[in-house]
Design a protein. Structure first.
Lengths: 215, 427
């Protein structure tokens, strides 16, 4: 079985008519956006119902177990309503919302330095949520990867997560991060290089890093 | 395996782990909150302006563009040509000065480790992990500068000051040369305005705050927070004398934070998402509020049921909030219930720190030695070595201290603690 099959990856694969991918907004999506612009309560409800879980998943992907995840999630939809007038329909509504989520996460990551108590505690000693769906080895690898990715500069971290964890293409990452594919490529190159430098000394990842050199 | 494939495999592991660990979204509560925001008119969708309004707005924008500062984020460069990027750590080998495009200058002393976390058109956020920074911030009405030094946060609007953070001794200093800043962090309580020429010294371990004013009057407060409008010297003169640590935790109330600034969350008002409220408060740096939440629970049950990581967090939170008794109990529970865990090894270091803070140097020596023996390359081994040497010296075991100090200096001749250790070798 392919390691990237749908049974392993819990993220929807191909774009659906409701969203996903970087294509233009559908007719029904344009109607939703018009409703958002007008502040129609029933449309606002519908947009929330359609995309709340996707936005939640993306925020968790980027930030992990953050105590302010609920507040940030709310902020994404508030920002969506405030900026609905700027939505031009050249990307799907879901992609646009994910872009807002990524921007909110970016701001949160940058302000995270205010978790000053972390200065007293090594990352491996932080409380960790227990996973219901994976074994200890996978959890160890996953925690190690997340810990190292969290040390990358913000934009490299986001590009890395969207590309290698979320499985987006470079083009999709570019749309969500509102930059050119060339910029994405540069961020990924720098981020990957930094990641491997950090990972080579990490007991949970050293073997995987070693394998990448083998033909 | 190609590089891409290696990274994708790692990504898949993260997905599998996260998808099992991710808390469920409370969709109904989130929707109700969003509806409330829309109904309350907090969020107003933008409407297309009329032609006249659009013209006026355009004219105003042109005027603002001519008169206002550049909208691009500040840029910065290290004097002497060393390259430095946002979020990149800078270990200052000698005095290193960074100049920002608005004229602000930041100088770091030798042995300091710091970075620029982000820049905006009106300021930047700096993070000082250890050492000393001297800042000369150019004042403009809209300037927004923030300096995080260890667990302390300094909000700057345009001023000159020096700040330092010693992660081993857990001592913070702030000396104002010009203007004022707003300081937040442990012991401070809510937020505190600090004005030139005040010199503030905060010892997190002993929960002591000392203020030196221009009239050379030095006073000690015991974690008593002040409102920003109060005169610092007057408030210091009326403070209580320091109390033993356990009593201090209950005797010292935390002052109400300044209105409009960071406020403590009322119990039960934070989203649960599977994580206890005290833990979320602790992770947000609200140590006193976290302790208050713990005190509403059955501490004995908590100590008997919490995970190793949770106990470590509880101990650290209690220590930072001044409750050394609870910190000690949490660490003891951790060691007894999970003796082989990685957290139990870190607990040795924290126990040693607690003893050190309270002047029990023999016990501090014992715990630091046990920590170094159990985890020679541990995250706190550097700090543990230094504290061990200082504890030996203060405990009267001078010869042992000097022998260890000599070995330490051979390995770290220019390290951030070298000066302190040198004073032990050559008093």
């Amino acid at each position: 079985m392919s390691a990237r099959s749908a049974t392993l990856r819990l993220v929807p694969g191909p774009p659906s008519s409701e969203g996903g991918g970087a294509g233009p907004a559908s007719l029904s999506e344009r109607a939703l956006v018009e409703g958002l612009k007008a502040g129609d309560p029933s449309i606002c409800d519908r947009v929330y119902r359609l995309y709340a879980r996707e936005v939640w998943r993306m925020l968790y992907r980027l930030l992990g177990d953050d105590p302010e995840l609920d507040d940030l999630h709310h902020e994404v939809f508030v920002q969506a309503l405030r900026s609905a007038h700027r939505f031009r329909g050249d990307a799907k509504l879901k992609t646009w919302l994910i872009g807002i989520a990524v921007n909110c996460a970016r701001g949160k990551i940058r302000s995270r330095s205010r978790r000053r108590w972390l200065r007293f505690m090594a990352p491996e000693d932080l409380p960790e949520p227990r996973s219901r769906t994976c074994d200890d080895d996978t959890a160890l690898t996953a925690r190690a990867v997340f810990e190292l990715v969290a040390r990358l500069p913000t934009d490299e971290r986001i590009a890395f997560t969207l590309r290698y964890v979320e499985g987006m293409s470079n083009a999709e990452v570019a749309v969500v991060m509102e930059c050119s594919p060339g910029t994405v490529k540069r961020r990924l190159a720098k981020g990957s290089a930094r990641f491997f430098t950090l990972a080579e000394g990490h007991p949970a990842l050293a073997a995987l890093c070693e394998n990448r050199r083998k033909p | 395996m190609s590089v891409e494939r290696t990274l994708e495999r790692m990504g898949e592991a993260v997905v599998r782990h996260q998808d099992g660990a991710r808390p469920e979204l409370d969709e109904e509560r989130g929707l109700a909150r969003f509806r409330a925001a829309v109904d309350a008119g907090v969020v107003r969708p933008k409407r297309r302006p009329g032609l006249m309004a659009a013209s006026l707005a355009a004219a105003a924008l042109i005027v603002l563009a001519v008169m206002s500062w550049p909208r691009a984020a500040l840029t910065f460069a290290v004097e002497g040509g060393h390259e430095m990027a946002v979020a990149e750590w800078l270990d200052a080998r000698d005095i290193t000065t960074v100049r920002f495009s608005d004229g602000t200058r930041i100088s770091a002393l030798v042995g300091s480790r710091w970075r620029v976390n982000n820049t905006t058109p009106v300021g930047a956020t700096l993070q000082l992990e250890r050492g000393e920074l001297t800042a000369d911030v150019r004042s403009r009405g809209s300037s927004r500068w923030l300096v995080d030094a260890g667990p302390f946060s300094i909000r700057v609007t345009g001023t000159r000051f020096a700040t330092s953070w010693d992660p081993v001794g857990e001592v913070f200093e702030l000396q104002m040369h010009e203007g004022s800043v707003v300081l937040a962090g442990p012991v401070v309580g809510g937020q505190r305005e600090v004005r030139a020429p005040e010199h503030l010294r905060i010892d997190v371990g002993t929960q002591r705050l000392s203020v030196v004013s221009d009239s050379a009057v030095s006073s000690e407060t015991d974690g008593e927070a002040e409102t920003p409008s109060a005169e610092p010297s007057a408030a210091a003169a009326t403070s209580d004398k320091p109390q033993p640590s356990d009593a201090r935790a209950t005797a010292t109330g935390s002052a109400e934070p300044k209105p409009g600034t960071e406020t403590a969350a009322a119990p039960g008002s934070l989203p649960e998402a599977g994580v206890p409220e005290w833990m979320m408060l602790a992770q947000s740096g609200k140590h006193k509020e976290a302790l208050a939440a713990v005190r509403e629970m059955d501490a004995a049950t908590l100590l008997a049921s919490e995970s190793p990581a949770g106990l470590l967090l509880l101990a650290q939170t209690a220590r930072l909030a001044g409750d050394h008794g609870l910190a000690t109990r949490a660490l003891s529970s951790l060691a007894a219930r999970f003796p082989d865990s990685v957290q139990a090894k870190t607990a040795l270091f924290l126990k040693g720190k607690l003893h050190f803070d309270q002047g029990r140097y023999d016990q501090a020596v014992a715990e630091m030695s046990r920590y170094l023996g159990a985890t020679p390359g541990g995250a706190f081994s550097g700090e543990a070595q230094v504290l061990l040497i200082v504890a030996l010296h203060r405990g009267g075991r001078v010869a042992e201290a000097q022998a260890l100090a000599g070995k330490y200096l051979e390995s770290h001749p220019d390290g951030p603690h070298a000066a302190r250790i040198r004073s032990i070798v050559s008093p």
